[in-house]
Design a protein around this ligand. Structure first.
Ligand code: ADP
Length: 424
């Protein structure tokens, strides 16, 4: 028998003895001692290939891999939210926690890492770390079943048993946020560039051949005014969105009479409704409870929704606004929601467009939105304000018949009456 194998066998025997006294921890120690002794054998001049052969035979005796971590350590690793696996010297999975099993499959243990994680860059990093003992990081992407981005951190234990740790950090949300930010800047720049180009064009025309044309000057100045207003609306909406997003996680502190808010919002749009010959009718149930909320933000919600109902409604059509209460479908048992529905008899919205309505700059018909002075940000603002108020937005629509946007807001809990204590 080669010296390495003898020493390994001694280690295993010592571990087995310890196992008898210390249960599973003894097994862990057996592995650790065998690896220490093997390292000693290697230093005594045994060739590294022999060491590997010996390590594999220890592995085989110890149940196919470096002994499993003690239960308490296993529990801690198991509960880590990040995927983690430990590889033995032969590159086999000695342990994979629940988060890692969700990524690589439930039967990863004892398989070679190349059979469970088939990403060349990660396997290369593992090889490199095994060879140099230096930690390595590498980013990679899984394309199926859904695209997920990870950062793999590979390190090797400084002490025996020599294990390679592969820790994954999920970057998907971060990557999506980066992409959304880049798209948002590209969209906002594009939205601003169009009116700006129109204004710049008319300035050139007025300086050039239309310099002395009174009628053209009046017409072009009117268009420039409209384009400037469009830019101002866009900047106002962008600033609103940023402010609301910053506050989204702060619960609103005020209390509002929701019927007043809706009536005030509708009143500010009276002239626009009149211009399109649209009739706006409001019907409110008696005794509506108050809503916990910021008045200015809720005014913005109902102005946007009523304005949309007028904009995308029928010329000479109707907008019906109803206020009522309904039991909460989530949250506290027995709690009440105030339900505000805004219905129009306009063009309606195609079914596939409904889930995208609250995306920034999403429009069903870009040309129509622009003609009607839309920025494509109204419903994104509505969604963020409703989220802040822990409410819900429900959209129902039938093409050619009209749309109903329903806002559900939690009613303010009634003040508990103080207990009465009578002293006789
Ligand atoms: P916009 O400034 O374009 O109106 P919004 O975010 O308010 O932006 O709305 C997004 C898109 O949703 C609109 O461009 C329009 O296509 C569609 N939409 C919103 N409300 C209605 C409605 N009541 N009827 C039909 N389409 C609507």
């Amino acid at each position: 028998m080669r010296p390495g194998l003898i020493l390994a066998a001694c280690g295993l025997a010592a571990g087995a003895a310890l196992f008898a006294f210390a249960g599973q921890n003894g097994l862990w120690l057996a592995g650790a001692m065998a690896v220490v002794l093997l390292a000693g054998a290697a230093m005594m001049g045994a060739r590294s290939t022999q060491t590997e052969v010996a390590a594999q035979s220890v592995v085989a005796h110890a149940g196919g891999s470096v002994p499993a971590p003690p239960p308490v350590l296993r529990d801690v690793l198991e509960q880590l939210p990040d995927p983690l696996m430990l590889l033995d010297q032969g590159g086999r999975v000695a342990f994979a926690n629940a988060a890692m099993r969700a990524v690589v499959g439930t039967d990863a243990e004892r398989k070679h890492v190349s059979a469970v994680l088939r990403t060349p860059s990660v396997l290369q990093a593992i090889d490199q770390t095994t060879f140099t003992n230096e930690p390595a990081t590498v980013e990679f992407v899984f394309h199926v079943p859904v695209e997920r981005h990870y950062l793999a951190y590979v390190a090797r234990t400084a002490h025996s048993p020599e294990l390679t740790t592969v820790l994954l950090h999920d970057l998907t949300a971060l990557k999506r946020a980066e992409q959304a930010r880049a798209d948002f800047i590209a969209n906002a720049s594009h939205e601003l560039r169009t009116p700006l180009a129109a204004v710049a064009g008319f300035i050139d025309t007025l300086r050039g051949h239309a310099r002395d044309d009174e009628a053209a000057r009046t017409k072009f100045l009117e268009i420039m005014n409209l384009e400037a207003q469009r830019m101002r609306r866009l900047i106002d909406d962008l600033l609103s969105l940023t402010r609301i997003e910053q506050n989204e996680h702060v619960p609103p502190s005020g209390e509002v009479e929701i019927e007043d808010v809706v009536r005030d919002a509708a009143a500010t749009l009276g002239a626009l409704a009149e211009a399109d010959n649209v009739t706006v009718a409001i019907e409110a149930a008696a005794g509506l409870p108050e809503v916990a909320g910021e008045r200015d933000e809720l005014i913005q919600v109902f102005q946007n929704l009523i304005h949309n109902a007028i904009k995308y409604g029928k010329t000479g059509g109707h907008v019906w606004i109803t206020l009522s209460t309904s039991p909460s479908v989530y949250g506290r048992r027995g709690s009440t929601m105030v339900r505000i529905s805004i219905r129009d008899d306009g063009e309606g919205i195609p079914r596939e467009a409904i889930p995208r309505l609250t995306e920034r700059f999403y429009r069903v018909d870009v040309k129509r939105s622009r003609e009607r002075g839309g920025t494509g940000l109204g419903l994104a603002i509505v969604k963020h304000i409703i989220n802040r108020h822990q409410g819900r937005l429900v959209v129902e629509s039938r093409l050619g018949e009209g749309s109903t946007f329903t806002v559900l807001l939690p009613a303010r809990a009634p003040a508990l009456s103080a207990p009465v204590t009578e002293v006789i």
